[in-house]
Design a binder for this molecule. Structure first.
Ligand SMILES: *[C@@H]1O[C@H](CO)[C@@H](O)[C@H](O)[C@H]1NC(C)=O
Ligand SMILES: *[C@@H]1O[C@H](CO)[C@@H](O)[C@H](O)[C@H]1NC(C)=O
Ligand SMILES: *[C@@H]1O[C@H](CO)[C@@H](O)[C@H](O)[C@H]1NC(C)=O
Ligand SMILES: *[C@@H]1O[C@H](CO)[C@@H](O)[C@H](O)[C@H]1NC(C)=O
Ligand SMILES: *[C@@H]1O[C@H](CO)[C@@H](O)[C@H](O)[C@H]1NC(C)=O
Length: 537
């Protein structure tokens, strides 16, 4: 049995067809698809009959001079096939009409006609002459058209608004699977709002079934802080070289994909709704190492460790997304004990889909792995200590819509942190203890609390429409895990445990790194264990 091509085409599901049909003129409504190697997408513009027209061969036009790599320019063209509808451009005058362009003309899919005239240069290139010569031997008049991507130049009161509906994916070739056609009643603003949300959800569902994510990876052992001081002899304390050293061995190994949906208008240029979703599978692991024989406060601020680009998505002249992947680290410590600490960070994020603006909670799994913890402190002082460290992989999505009409960077931070909270009290017997941890154990006491945590948050660096406020950062996921919490030694020492907040205030008054004012005995181990991830969940 043989099917005619027409019949086969009729049997294909509608959704599997590209939205932009180059064989049909688009009058009043046009589509355009991204078919490039990086990403896929489709955008639809809808206006009045006089507001949206077509300069491709489907509408009868043949373009003679046009730079394929420039947006705003004057082009020469002729009407090759009047029957196809060249005249449509003249409906209510050509100026102010938004037109579809063939890929060979202009760097953008759509441009605004600002002027149309009979061109002074009526020459027709030899290679086109035969094609364009009519039966009576004449050639058509060469027209000139000025194209602009400054959509503000159009007056919406003349030809009406031209609305815009856009959906895109970082994964090539999936635009044909998008199943959310733009709403027919585009004046229904409530419908538009849910269109963006539903469209993003649909892209998210499609992404669950396909591969094509971009790798994000990072591995580096970085000193975050290192300061040495030669401490002179002070009373009974002999001279020594003290040091505070914070080191982070961090690793990120994962993949990312994203999708976007937006609605608004090209004329006037305005974005009404915008949504972004990010699909993330990654591990974030690392070991924080802290060694200190000095006292004081360390604050490193955010230290950039790494940055690279991720393939972007470009609807030229309409909306572009340029993402980057970066990794930052930060450590803060306040100490007055001889302290050595090693603590692991270990998180796995799998199948996560994060939506902006945030809808329901994120899907996917955020699970801690096993964490090894080693902590040693000097036993014979009354001391407090607080340490927090962060390893923060960040995905930043730079967004530019309608030539800067709406511009922002949306950040997604995956903050893996570890914290130590320590309170020690020396008892009177401390000075008589001479050897080994056992006697030292009896001579002092305290409490130690080691936590780890994972926070996934989103924020924007500029006010973007009314949906993102510059000042807001939204926590999409936040969980803290108690790795180790223990009080030890004599009960008098335990009673001095004042709690996290009180001690943070105490420690915040502390000045910069300095030599200790009393002798710090060599550190003894108070914790050496591995906390399994399953015990934390
Ligand atoms: C775009 O057009 C508007 C209105 O005509 C004008 O005010 C503005 O300066 C133009 N922008 C650029 C970049 O030419
Ligand atoms: C055209 O767009 C403007 C700005 O978004 C809006 O205020 C106006 O209501 C729209 N007009 C129509 C007829 O939709
Ligand atoms: C996309 O659609 C095609 C045709 O309907 C189908 O074969 C393919 O499995 C779909 N892909 C995804 C990722 O859903
Ligand atoms: C994804 O795959 C599942 C199982 O194969 C299927 O039920 C579902 O319809 C698919 N979703 C999409 C959007 O293709
Ligand atoms: C990340 O992965 C890519 C491809 O898998 C590889 O080419 C690149 O060297 C890796 N980068 C790092 C920092 O590991």
């Amino acid at each position: 049995m043989v099917f005619s091509p027409l019949l086969v085409a009729a049997l294909l599901p509608i959704a599997a067809q590209a939205a932009n049909d180059w064989s049909q003129p688009c009058f009043g409504q046009c589509n355009w698809d991204i078919n490039s190697g990086s990403g896929s997408g489709t955008v639809q513009i809808t206006g009045t009959q006089s507001g949206v027209s077509d300069l491709t061969t489907a509408a009868g036009w043949s373009i003679l001079d046009c730079d394929a790599n420039t947006a705003d320019q004057d082009i020469r063209l002729v009407c090759q096939n009047p029957d196809a509808g060249c005249d449509h451009i003249h409906t209510d005058g050509a100026a102010g009409t938004l037109v579809r362009l063939p890929t060979s003309c202009g760097s953008v899919p759509f441009a605004l006609v600002t002027r149309m005239w009979t061109h002074q240069d009526q020459s027709i290139p030899a290679n086109k002459r035969a094609l364009l010569t009519r039966r009576d031997g004449t050639t058509p008049t060469v027209k000139g058209i000025s194209l602009s991507t400054n959509f503000s130049e159009a007056d919406p009161s003349q030809k009406g608004n031209v609305t815009l509906h856009l959906q895109g994916s970082s994964i090539p070739g999936v635009a044909t699977n998008f199943t959310q056609p733009p709403p027919v009643d585009q004046l229904n603003k409530r419908g538009l709002l849910s269109w963006v949300g539903n469209t993003l959800k649909n892209i998210g569902e499609i992404h669950k079934n396909i591969s094509g994510s971009s790798p994000i990876n990072f591995s580096k052992d970085t000193p975050l802080f290192d300061q040495s001081i030669n401490c002179p002899q002070s009373g009974a304390i002999p001279a020594f070289s003290g040091e505070v050293k914070v080191d982070l061995n961090g690793k990120v190994d994962g993949t990312v994909n994203y999708g976007v949906a937006a609605s608004g208008s090209v004329i006037p240029p305005k974005l009404d709704q915008f949504g972004l979703f990010v699909g993330l599978d990654t591990t974030v692991t690392g070991t924080l190492n802290l060694d200190a024989t000095l006292t004081g406060t360390v604050g490193t601020g955010q230290i950039p460790l790494f940055q690279t680009g991720i393939p972007g998505l470009d609807f030229p002249g309409i909306l572009s997304i340029g993402p980057t992947f970066s990794v930052n680290a930060e450590a803060d410590a306040s100490l007055d004990a001889n302290l050595n600490m090693d603590v692991d960070l270990d998180y796995t994020i799998s199948g996560a889909q994060l939506f902006f603006p945030p809808s329901s909670g994120p899907s996917g799994a955020f699970t801690p792995g096993d964490s090894k913890l080693q902590l040693s402190v000097s036993p014979d002082v009354t001391a407090n200590g607080q340490v927090t460290a962060h390893l923060i992989p960040t995905l930043a999505f730079g967004i530019n819509a309608l030539d800067g009409k709406a511009k922002a960077t949306i950040n997604l931070d995956v903050d893996a942190q570890a914290g130590l909270d320590l309170s020690l009290t020396a008892s009177g017997k401390a000075s008589t203890a001479t050897d080994g941890s056992k006697s030292a154990d009896k001579s002092f006491g305290g409490c130690v609390d080691v936590t780890s945590g994972l926070t996934v948050s989103a924020g924007a660096d500029a006010d973007f429409l009314s949906i993102f406020d510059k000042s807001t950062s939204v926590d999409l996921f936040k969980k803290t895990f108690d790795l180790f919490k223990k009080c030890f030694g004599d009960s008098a020492a335990r009673r001095t445990y004042t709690g996290r907040k009180a001690r943070a205030e105490l420690l915040s008054k502390r000045a910069s790194i300095a030599c200790p004012s009393s002798a710090l005995a060599s550190a003894i181990s108070v914790a050496d264990e591995t906390v399994t991830g399953s015990s934390l969940q």
